[in-house]
Design a protein around this ligand. Sequence first.
Ligand SMILES: Nc1ncnc2c1ncn2[C@@H]1O[C@H](COP(=O)(O)OP(=O)(O)O)[C@@H](O)[C@H]1O
Ligand SMILES: O=P(O)(O)O[C@H]1O[C@H](CO)[C@@H](O[C@H]2O[C@H](CO)[C@@H](O)[C@H](O)[C@H]2O)[C@H](O)[C@H]1O
Length: 490
Amino acid sequence: MIASLSTPVLLDYLKKCRWFAGKARQVESCMVKHEIPVGDAWIWILEVAYEEGDKETYQLPVALVEKLPDNPAEQTLITETEKGLLVDAIYTDSFRNVLYSRVFHGDKDEALTFTTGKGLQIQDVPEHISSRVLAVDSSNSALVFGEKYFFKLYRKLFRETNPEVEMVQFITENSDFTQIPPFCGSMTWRRAGATDITLGMMQGKVEARMDNWSLTGDYLNEFLYAVPNAVFTIQENVFEQVALLGKRTAEMHAALYNPQAEVNFSPEPFTEGYRRFLQQRLSHLLNSRYTLLIDKYLSLDEPTKRLAWKFMEAKELIDEFSEDLLKQPLDSLRIRIHGDYHLGQVLSADHDFILIDFEGEPEASIQDRKIKHSPLKDVAGMIRSYHYAVSSKVFTSDETRHISPEKLLVVTDRWYRLMKETYLDAYMEALGWPHPLFKDQNEINSLLLYYLLEKAVYELGYELSYRPDWVKIPLKGIADVIREIEKMHG
Ligand SMILES: Nc1ncnc2c1ncn2[C@@H]1O[C@H](COP(=O)(O)OP(=O)(O)O)[C@@H](O)[C@H]1O
Ligand SMILES: O=P(O)(O)O[C@H]1O[C@H](CO)[C@@H](O[C@H]2O[C@H](CO)[C@@H](O)[C@H](O)[C@H]2O)[C@H](O)[C@H]1O
């Protein structure tokens, strides 16, 4: 061991890191479980045990240096030791150089296996590649090589191959879909008798102007500016962008629909087991959200309380809807999907969109993230995101502060419905009809409604925990689904 650090020292450091997910939990212990040599640095595998709940495993590359780099990031220095300054090795040139070189050569040793992907260009030899740490607000760390390659160093580790590596590699190697950054390589920790653990992945670097959440926010600013003058106007280019995203989404799903693929990626029917999974997941989500909502009820404002009541009162209706849907025969198909699809996962570059972050839904276990779903789950995710975009904008919009909430709701609902319709139409048109992924329009409608509900219920938990002011957004999404179900029941 190059240095032995106590729990308080490690914890003090971890708390400075954006990627450490345990900040709000009571830590019992934090220790270095493994030390893997990489050049003149080491990768530490940390195990964090909490007073309640499951342990977590994190990756922390470390190096000993004599002096810090100029303008060090806050997370550079871990601690001072007798042997020198212990730093996060991603901030040293030598560690980054070794990573790139080993990906480039597809190098292997006892512990680490590096692979080289199709997107890595043979002329980009390690000797000529510069590197830096990218400052992004992310749950992992991002390194850039030669301004051409983006290396994601996973921080929280799972005892499995990361779904992102599987997805990006599959799309790059088995389709001609070009709207994801191509797979360029990976880094895996391999031990006899244990499952592989993914430590990093390299992809092409995107020169993105912004993500689609910000872009949509800009469109919304223009839109809301006109609303006080009783003008409802959406520029044609906004429809074009939304339709383009629908098309790119369909192309991504077409790339993932591959009947010749091996079992990991081959399409599957709606089996009994999957239906049971869906039902259990929704019921688990609902129960945990009812509990959270009751806990936080008194802190909610009046309009949010009303929406919360609507949700609680609809419990029976929701249960019936999910039972009915999962009892009826479903002949659509399931494939691997993005799984955490929203406007923030879409980068805007060269007047087009690039889709990123295929790690799956943060709350789900790594096994659940690899379950095949109808691609309508992604479609529902993006539709919910348009609802979020317009709803969150009105909280902060100066232009609309004199408009009555009722009037504002009518206007924003109209904006959302137009975006939803445009996105869905473009998606269906690009996928082509009929398509084996969907049996008929009836199944599309029911499944979409189901996934919209599931997503909004998931979001309710996220907002109650992290952004209490936004709780009304998913609650309104749930209320919309309840209205649709009521309509179906006549
Ligand atoms: N291939 C890429 N090229 C350039 N920037 C990227 C690339 N992938 C991600 N990013 C940037 O890094 C940020 C974090 O990436 P993301 O995949 O969402 O990571 P995480 O799962 O760690 O949050 C993105 O919002 C984007 O700004
Ligand atoms: O991006 P992550 O993988 O961390 O996803 C989590 O955080 C998202 C917020 O950053 C959250 O997304 C929700 O808010 C978005 C706006 O901030 C909105 O576009 C999404 O539609 C909405 O779901 C996501 O749910 C959560 O898993």
